[in-house]
Each structure stands twice: as structure tokens, then as C-alpha cells.
Write a protein that binds this ligand. Structure first.
Ligand code: NI
Length: 140
């Protein structure tokens, strides 16, 4: 894979280009159109790779829950012990009197990681959460 920069031209509707330029501006002074396009392409490639069954991925699942909810903590603990191979680590933050935030780091085959995350997100009492995945092998 060559790191040499290649030039190409892109055609897009004017209003879309104006919105894109506002996005470039929001990303800070150090960014220009080319860099933002490169970022977006890398982001799309990682996202696509993570969605392919069989791919090895790593992910962080962030959840918020009320620790007073009926046996919720035991259920969450149970799931994490059941998937020892896939759950690398977790961090627990006591947010306030009632709420906890947990960040769970997962690894493994993409659909299994998604299934474990869905199991946790679907546990009654989990208020909200999100899984963010990335690939560990070099893509570009
Ligand atoms: Ni807590």
C-alpha cells in the first residue's frame, strides 16, 4: 500500500458542497477539504469492515443504568462472566445517587460482539447505551 497522495476531482451539488465546507470549518483550523474527505473515507471503511461477519473487531459499549433496578447488576455481571473470552475490561462510574455508567470493552468476531452488546443493551433497566466498534487489523 503506497502512502503517496493522489489527486482526483469530485463533483457534487453546490448546496451539499456548502454544507461540507461548514463541516470542514467545524472540524477546526488544522483541517481542510482533503483531510476531512480522507477522515470520512477511513471512517466508512472501518464501519463497513466491522459489519462483515467473521471479522475480528474491538468495541466499547457504554451504558447507563439505575443500580436500584431489580437484580440488574447481577444480570449484567452474569453476562460478562459468561463471555469471558470476549469481555476484556469494564469501568464502572457512580454518576449520582441512582445512576451508574459502565464502559465495557469487547473483542471478538463482529456478530458475536454485536450480539453480546445487544444482550446487555436489552437487559431490563439499562436506560441507554451505544456500541462503537473498530477493527484491529491494519486497513490503510
Ligand atoms: Ni455505581
Amino acid at each position: 500500500m503506497s502512502g503517496e497522495l493522489m489527486r482526483f476531482s469530485v463533483a457534487m451539488p453546490e448546496d451539499l458542497l456548502m454544507q461540507f465546507d461548514r463541516l470542514v470549518a467545524r472540524r477546526g483550523l488544522a483541517k481542510n477539504r482533503s483531510e476531512v474527505i480522507r477522515d470520512l473515507v477511513r471512517e466508512a471503511l472501518v464501519e463497513e469492515e466491522c459489519g462483515i461477519p467473521g471479522r475480528e473487531v474491538m468495541g466499547t459499549l457504554t451504558i447507563v443504568y439505575n443500580h436500584h433496578s431489580n437484580d440488574l447488576q447481577q444480570k449484567l455481571h452474569h453476562i460478562q462472566h459468561e463471555f469471558l473470552e470476549n469481555i476484556v475490561s469494564s469501568m464502572h462510574v457512580h454518576v449520582d445517587e441512582h445512576n451508574c455508567l459502565e464502559v465495557i470493552v469487547l473483542k471478538g468476531e463482529s456478530s458475536l460482539v454485536q450480539d453480546i452488546a445487544n444482550m446487555i443493551l436489552g437487559t431490563k433497566g439499562v436506560k441507554n447505551g451505544k456500541l462503537v466498534t473498530t477493527v484491529t487489523r491494519q486497513l490503510f
